[in-house]
Design a protein around this ligand. Structure first.
Ligand code: UD1
Length: 341
């Protein structure tokens, strides 16, 4: 069984990917510093996969810890690197915190594993495209100047990875550009666990519906979109987890010689904020309290992905639609209200 290091493996996308790795026959080795995750997720994962996964609590920004980890787990064949800060607004207020955390951890990992034959999967984001000139946006679209330090960490990290592979590292790398990950595992045992007030749309919707928040504000209804609210390509987190397995499998394929590649991970379709609210209400039977408010600074008007390359080369396609995304997110919120973390 191949051992895969999953950094940030107790986080939202990391935990769902751990489940898919086990289903696909891989052995996950989780690393997390618990800075934005909860140790209880380890027990929740144990309930889903039937055994307690190996877990190392450590900070990847400390190079000695990474070196010790590599010595303690000598037979790692792949790394999926999720561990990073991701709040756009906070990154504007605290850029150094973002550059320090997101770069130190990446560079420590790359330095440690530079000479080893490792298949490395990087969590990137559609944020690298900014507001694309052409939709759906393909992987070849120009990278726009980043709107935030967070976005910049993704752009520069992609460059670091490309340059590292070109310089003769034994690692192969795939960067996965996520669109908007939402939803939860169908067991309702894991899901998104925002600390404090959620910044992202779907946890704000579910927290409003359960009564934790009074009402959702739709950030703007005067955009050039079908109903005036912003358009995003929402992707179910379980589909996203499967895409990471597909990326590992692609790099393991005999004859696959690309040392660096990049793929969009979305459904290929956009939904407006108001459509998401409607989908939530229809798939859960809950009425959502919401109001229209002003635009949120820094929001792009519309973005959705061209997934032709992911379909043809990664051999991966999203299977779950917006109704599944909303009902699973809602089931997780209801679980949390009965079983507070
Ligand atoms: C952005 C980035 C994404 C990044 C993510 C990290 C883009 C296109 N996407 O996602 O790459 O990984 O941040 O957090 O830059 N909304 C409301 N009311 C709310 C919350 C959100 O109307 O209370 C709207 C937003 O205006 C937006 C949509 O919902 O149109 C989705 O917002 P959000 O979930 O925050 O994700 P993005 O900003 O798209």
């Amino acid at each position: 069984m191949s051992k895969i290091l999953v950094t940030g493996g107790l986080g939202y996308i990391g935990s769902h990917t751990v489940v898919e790795l086990v289903k696909a026959g891989y052995e996950p080795v989780i690393v997390d510093n618990l800075s934005n995750s909860n140790i209880k997720i380890l027990d929740q994962l144990t309930k889903i996969i039937g055994f307690k996964p190996v877990f190392h609590q450590l900070d990847l920004c400390d190079v000695q810890s990474v070196i010790s980890l590599a010595a303690a787990e000598p037979d790692i064949t792949g790394i999926i690197h999720f561990a990073a800060f991701k709040a756009v607004g906070e990154s504007v207020a605290k850029p150094l915190k973002y550059y320090q955390n997101n770069f130190y951890s990446l560079i420590n990992l790359l330095e440690t594993y530079y000479g080893r034959k490792i298949n490395f999967v990087f969590s990137s984001s559609c944020t690298v495209y900014g507001q694309p000139d052409v939709l759906p946006v393909t992987e070849n679209a120009p990278i726009k100047p980043a709107e935030s330090p967070y976005g910049n960490t993704k752009q520069v990290a992609e460059e670091i990875l490309r340059e590292m592979t070109a310089s003769g590292s034994a690692c192969k790398v795939i960067s996965l550009r996520y669109f908007n990950p939402v939803g939860a595992h169908d067991s309702a045992l894991i899901g998104e666990l925002p600390i404090g007030v959620p910044q992202n749309l779907v946890p704000f919707i579910t927290q409003t519906a359960i009564g934790k928040r009074e009402k959702l504000t739709v950030f703007g209804d005067d955009y050039n979109t079908p109903d005036g609210s912003c358009v995003r390509d929402y992707i179910h987190v379980v589909d996203l987890g499967k895409a990471h397995v597909a990326a590992l499998k692609l790099m393991e394929t005999e004859g696959y010689s690309n040392i660096y590649d990049v793929f969009n991970l979305g459904t290929g379709n956009g939904n407006t904020v108001l459509e998401v609210i409607k989908a939530f209400e229809e798939s859960t039977g809950e009425k959502l309290n919401y109001q229209i408010g002003p635009r949120r600074p820094g929001d792009v008007e519309k973005v959705w992905g061209d997934v032709t390359k992911s379909t043809n080369v990664l051999k991966w396609t999203a299977e779950l639609g917006i109704a599944d995304m909303m009902s699973s997110a809602w089931n997780w919120e209801k679980y949390l209200s009965q079983n507070p973390f």
